[in-house]
Design a protein around this ligand. Structure first.
Ligand SMILES: Cc1cc2nc3c(=O)[nH]c(=O)nc-3n(C[C@H](O)[C@H](O)[C@H](O)COP(=O)(O)OP(=O)(O)OC[C@H]3O[C@@H](n4cnc5c(N)ncnc54)[C@H](O)[C@@H]3O)c2cc1C
Length: 305
């Protein structure tokens, strides 16, 4: 894709070359291992850099997409036009002050959970096996085993589209099932403040161990996926409905309904985003036909149609 040279010259003044990539294949940055290239791909290392990048993209009218660990997204085959901000290890600091932990948006949930356990802080055991970043997990209000991010988030520092830095208190975050205010306000989550309680190290560790065993037994963790494909329809479990419809193993191209857990669509080898989208449609159609229940994707589709 042709680049805006003027924009690129200015972008290079903000982000050093080792953290600024052009036409970066996003399949390298999603747990599905699917996705075409991003025109501009940056790995920011500070809130200051994000502020400057967002001001610049606004000035040049370059669209911006934010990516965490890429574990809840389906990036389309033609990729993402404009600039992708990827939160990774350059923004993955974790520190604590008493019962509060502060984490950069790129910190992995598993690392923050382990950090909390190490310091005898309880409240985040549920998150040990969720392969997301802190930023993506607040955006999604990720949850498991009766826990979810909304239970422990105290505040969020984010940069909004005009480049202003804002602090959001918990009451402003509009958390609900797999939803936060960031779906609507399009601000970029940079740092999250989490609240914990004192716990007993051994108990925290054993709870985390139990959750890990449950996941390893039930979920197809050995193959690429984006976790549960569909949201939980009220009163049902998506995986159970799909299994009862006889769709385990249903395949389109390289995409397959996991034979191990019907709630997961997996990349069984060489799947394209189009394969996954076609399979999602087919699953929706057949489940609706059999059960009269409409399934809606939890996985977020990003990129150029
Ligand atoms: C094997 C497996 C198991 C899973 N289990 C669970 C589970 O038990 N519970 C659960 O809830 N989820 C689960 N997931 C899904 C996924 O891990 C979570 O939704 C996670 O919170 C996504 O985080 P991420 O950093 O990967 O976000 P991404 O996938 O990178 O992004 C998700 C969305 O958040 C936005 N976003 C990301 N970072 C930011 C940011 N810093 N600022 C603003 N917006 C941002 C993106 O634009 C995108 O719309 C699972 C996934 C896999 C592959």
């Amino acid at each position: 894709m042709q680049k805006n040279e003027d924009f690129l010259i200015n972008l290079k003044k903000i982000i050093p070359s080792e953290r600024l990539l052009l036409d970066e294949p996003l399949a390298n940055h999603t747990t599905f291992r699917i996705g075409g290239p991003a025109d501009y791909f940056v790995l920011p290392a500070s809130i200051g850099e994000i502020t400057e990048v967002l001001k610049l993209t606004k000035q040049y009218e370059i669209p911006v997409t934010v990516l965490g660990n890429g574990s809840n997204v389906l990036v389309l085959d033609s990729g993402i036009r404009g600039l992708v901000i990827k939160f990774g290890r350059n923004m993955a600091y974790i520190r604590h002050d008493g019962h509060r932990i502060f984490a950069g948006a790129g910190a992995l949930l598993s690392d923050v959970s382990r950090y909390a356990a190490k310091h005898g802080l309880t409240g985040m055991e549920f998150a040990i096996g969720i392969p997301g970043s802190i930023g993506g997990s607040v955006f999604m209000n990720a949850g498991a085993y009766e826990g979810e991010m909304s239970n422990i988030v105290l505040s969020v520092t984010a940069v909004c589209q005009d480049g202003s830095v804002k602090r959001f208190e918990k009451r402003e975050l509009e958390f609900s099932y797999r939803h936060s205010v960031f779906h609507e306000n399009h601000c970029t989550i940079c740092e999250v403040e989490l609240q914990f309680q004192n716990g007993e190290h051994g108990l925290i560790r054993s709870k985390m161990g139990d959750f890990t065993t449950k996941r390893e037994t039930k979920q197809p963790l050995e193959v690429p996926s984006a976790g549960s494909t569909f949201k939980r329809p009220p009163g049902y479990f998506a995986g159970t409905l799909i299994e009862q419809t006889g769709l385990k193993g249903l395949t389109v191209g390289g995409a397959q309904v996991s034979p191990k857990h019907a709630g997961f669509i997996i990349n069984a080898g060489g799947a394209t985003a189009q394969d996954v989208l076609s399979l999602i449609k087919e699953v929706q159609r057949r489940v609706y036909e059999k059960h009269g229940v409409m399934l809606y994707p939890e996985v977020r589709t990003l990129g150029e149609k």
